[in-house]
Design a protein around this ligand. Structure first.
Ligand code: SAM
Ligand code: SF4
Length: 331
C-alpha cells in the first residue's frame, strides 16, 4: 500500500467526473459568475478507467465518484461499469445530491456501484430550497428510497451545517437513525476558493461540538462507537436504542489530517493532493500524449502525488485553496 512522506497509507481515490451541478448550495456554488469546463477538457470514461487501473497498480483499493453533480454525466453508467470491473477495485461509491437517483439507483447498482452518500441538509422543504438552492426535498427523498431499495446500503446522508440556515434541522436528521440503519453525518463548513461561498463558509460556520450538544439536548446522550477504520473521517456515535449511526466530520474543530488516506482526481485530470491546498499534478497531459505504457506513466505520477501530499490544512491560520472551489474538487 502506498505511503506518503508522513507514513500515512494512501489507498482511497476520489474521482470527480464533472464540475457542473443542478443545485447551487449556498456554501458551494454562487448563482453568478460560474465558468465550467468545456466537455473536451473532462477526462473521458476510458481515461478515468486508465487512472483507476494505474491507481490499483500503485496500491489503491477504494474509489468514489463525485463532482459537481456526478449524475449529470451522460456516461456515468459507463464510468461505473469501467471502474467497478477493474481488478483490485474493492469498493466503488458515489456522492450525489440524489435529484436523479430515482431513475438511476437501480442501473447504477447493476453497473457495479456498491454504496452511495446522499447530500441532504434538512428534512424541511423550505430550508432545503433556501440552502440547497433549486433543491427539492421530495425528489431527493425519492432518490434515497430508490437507492435503499436497490441495495446501495448502508445509506449515508451528509448534511453541511450552516448558521442561520439549518442548524435546527440537525435534530430531525439525527432522529432518522432511531428507526433506520442509516449513517447521518454532519459536516463542518470549510472555506474554499476565496469567493462568496468561502466568505459564507467562514461567517456561517457551526462547530460540531455545538451540533452534537444540540442533538443530545433534544434526543439524549450518545455513545461513541469504536472506529472500524482509522482513516474514517467521521467520528461515529449512536443514540440509545438507535439502529443507525450519527457521524461528525469536523475538519475545523477536530482536524483529521494525520490519518488522511485520500488522493483526489479533478474532472479535468489533475491529482489534487489535499482538499484544502492548491497543489496538483497533471495526469491528462500524460494520458493524451502519444505512445508508451499510459497506465505506468499515470502510476508514476500518482506515486509522486502521494509522496508530495501536504501534511495538513492551514484553515486555522486563515489559508485555504485559492484556485479551486469545492465543486471543482469534489469534497
Ligand atoms: N454534488 C454532490 C453532493 O453534493 O454530494 C457531490 C459533490 S459535493 C462538492 C461533495 C460534498 O461537499 C457534499 O457532501 C457537500 O455537502 C460538501 N460541501 C460542499 N461545499 C462545502 C463547504 N463549503 N464546506 C463543507 N462541505 C461542503
Ligand atoms: Fe452541487 Fe454538491 Fe455543490 Fe450542492 S454541494 S452545489 S449539490 S456540487
Amino acid at each position: 500500500m502506498p505511503r506518503d512522506s508522513f507514513n500515512r497509507e494512501i489507498d482511497y481515490l476520489r474521482i470527480s467526473v464533472i464540475d457542473r451541478c443542478n443545485l447551487r448550495c449556498v456554501y458551494c456554488m454562487p448563482l453568478e459568475g460560474l465558468r465550467f469546463l468545456p466537455n473536451a477538457e473532462l477526462l473521458t470514461a476510458a481515461e478515468i478507467e486508465s487512472v483507476a487501473r494505474a491507481a490499483v497498480r500503485v496500491g489503491f483499493r477504494k474509489f468514489r465518484l463525485t463532482g459537481g453533480e456526478p449524475t449529470l454525466r451522460a456516461d456515468l453508467l459507463e464510468i461505473v461499469e469501467r471502474v467497478a470491473r477493474v481488478d483490485g477495485v474493492e469498493g466503488l461509491a458515489l456522492t450525489t445530491n440524489a435529484l436523479m437517483l430515482d431513475e438511476l439507483a437501480a442501473p447504477l447498482r447493476r453497473a457495479g456501484l456498491t454504496r452511495i452518500n446522499v447530500h441532504l441538509d434538512s428534512l424541511d422543504t423550505a430550508i432545503v430550497e433556501r440552502q440547497m438552492r433549486w433543491g427539492n426535498f421530495d425528489r431527493i427523498w425519492r432518490g434515497i428510497m430508490a437507492a435503499e431499495a436497490s441495495g446501495l446500503t448502508p445509506i449515508k446522508l451528509n448534511a453541511v451545517v450552516a448558521a442561520g440556515y439549518n442548524e435546527e434541522s440537525v435534530v430531525d436528521l439525527a432522529r432518522l437513525t432511531l428507526e433506520r440503519e442509516w449513517h447521518v453525518r454532519f459536516i463542518e463548513l470549510m472555506p474554499l476558493g476565496g469567493g462568496e461561498c468561502a466568505t459564507l463558509s467562514v461567517k456561517r460556520y457551526v462547530s460540531n461540538i455545538e451540533t452534537r450538544r444540540r442533538i443530545e439536548n433534544a434526543l439524549g446522550a450518545m455513545r461513541e462507537l469504536p472506529s472500524e477504520n482509522l482513516a474514517d473521517e467521521a467520528k461515529n456515535f449512536q443514540l440509545a436504542g438507535a439502529r443507525g449511526v450519527i457521524g461528525f466530520i469536523s475538519p475545523v474543530s477536530e482536524p483529521y489530517c494525520g490519518t488522511c488516506n485520500r488522493m483526489r482526481l479533478t474532472a479535468d485530470g489533475k491529482f489534487h493532493l489535499c482538499l484544502l491546498n492548491d497543489d496538483e499534478l497533471d495526469v491528462r497531459r500524460a494520458l493524451r500524449s502519444g505512445g508508451g505504457d499510459k497506465i505506468e506513466e499515470v502510476a508514476q505520477i500518482l506515486r509522486r502525488a502521494v509522496a508530495l501530499k501536504p501534511t495538513g490544512h492551514h484553515l486555522l491560520e486563515g489559508r485555504s485553496t485559492r484556485d479551486r472551489s469545492m465543486y471543482q474538487i469534489g469534497g
